[in-house]
Design a binder for this molecule. Structure first.
Ligand SMILES: [Zn+2]
Ligand SMILES: [Zn+2]
Length: 132
């Protein structure tokens, strides 16, 4: 599945490989055809490390966009998924680190640089409105 970029920073070849693998896993909620959701926006940095193109999760159109998706009703989505009242950032981190663990089991390797992984772990688990 190819990923379409509508603005923001274009990914490097390594980031693009990660996106393709993430999208190939199917929607994190329903396993339907997935698009890439940038959890903190494509240009975001944490602890001076560019994480925007690494911190991504797969979501289908319905579970991505307003009104039912993660951009519209993250708490409703978390409840539907069985994550209780988790906020958006917590939910994204849980899904993201599950994907990293799955990738590691399959490839015996990490999909992203160690500094980016550490920086993503440090993203505060609070809900912030991002436009992506
Ligand atoms: Zn879905
Ligand atoms: Zn999104």
């Amino acid at each position: 599945m190819s990923v379409v970029y509508l603005g923001g920073k274009a990914p490097t070849a390594e980031e693009k490989r990660w996106h393709d693998w993430v999208a190939s896993q199917g929607c994190a909620c329903c396993f339907g055809p997935a698009q890439i959701h940038h959890c903190v926006g494509s240009t975001a940095r944490q602890s001076k490390v560019h994480i925007g193109q690494w911190f991504v999760i797969p979501l289908c159109d319905l579970h991505h966009k307003v009104p039912h998706g993660i951009h519209g009703d993250p708490r409703g989505l978390a409840a539907d998924w069985g994550y209780g009242s988790m906020g958006r950032k917590e939910l994204e981190k849980v899904i993201f680190f599950r994907l990293v663990a799955k990738y590691r089991r399959e490839r015996d390797d990490y999909p992203l640089p160690a500094d980016a992984l550490r920086a993503i772990e440090m993203v505060p688990p609070v809900d912030v409105i991002y436009f992506e």
